[in-house]
Write a new protein. Structure first.
Length: 217
């Protein structure tokens, strides 16, 4: 079910005839800069959305973390519901929550990026792993609130987002571009419930292994 990093393989929905012209135009991303900007908007929205859904006290609002253009916001409008549904599934995995809660609340961002390096260390990439990393960033942000002053927290979250986006763009920008950009997430997970569930199981296992390795260091 995983797809090789940097390859040219087709996604499950390549050739889909029902994508409207606006979606086709929006999905055409040609530069690392576009991929980076939209990744920043997606991860920022994902983290704030889950803060709100979980009613995290004192959590920053979207405007506390920065502004985006209407075009950049469009990517969240197209795939936000899908990311929200995946986050809800990950919330229900008790073993994953146990792994995350075992991490120190003051884990430096460098250690968090080390988890990302373990997750993708085998060279395989698919959307499930990327969104699993998004979810991990959110959960570790909640834990970091226990050890950071509230006035310093928005800056810490923005730095975490920056580091994760840089990691993804440096390694996988070509892969993301080849699949039509970030909006391909919706098509990929919308192909079938079986694909959706299988990819998320694989992502949980990989994310859990990354956290386990971090705890052993």
């Amino acid at each position: 079910m995983a797809e090789g990093g940097g390859g040219d393989g087709d996604s499950p929905m390549d050739g889909h005839d029902e994508v409207d012209d606006g979606a086709r135009r929006f999905r055409t991303q040609h530069s690392y800069h576009e991929v980076s900007e939209q990744a920043t908007v997606l991860l920022r929205h994902f983290i704030v959305d889950r803060f709100e859904r979980d009613s995290v006290p004192g959590a920053p609002r979207l405007e506390d973390l920065g502004q985006a253009t209407p075009e950049q916001e469009e990517v969240w409008r197209r795939v936000g519901t899908t990311l929200r549904e995946i986050g809800d599934i990950l919330d229900q995995d008790r073993e994953l929550q146990r792994w995350i809660n075992s991490l120190p609340t003051d884990s430096p961002i460098e250690k968090i990026i080390a988890v990302a390096q373990v997750i993708f260390g085998d060279g395989e990439i698919h959307w499930g792993r990327i969104i699993g990393l998004f979810y991990f960033a959110y959960r570790i942000s909640v834990r970091a609130m226990e050890s950071l002053l509230l006035q310093n927290f928005p800056g810490w979250v923005n730095q975490l987002i920056k580091e994760i986006v840089q990691f993804l763009v440096r390694r996988f920008a070509d892969w993301i571009i080849n699949r039509g950009g970030w909006t391909a997430i919706k098509e990929y997970f919308g192909s079938s419930n079986r694909v959706f569930r299988t990819i998320m199981i694989l992502s949980l296992l990989t994310l859990g292994y990354g956290i386990y390795k971090l705890n052993k260091e």
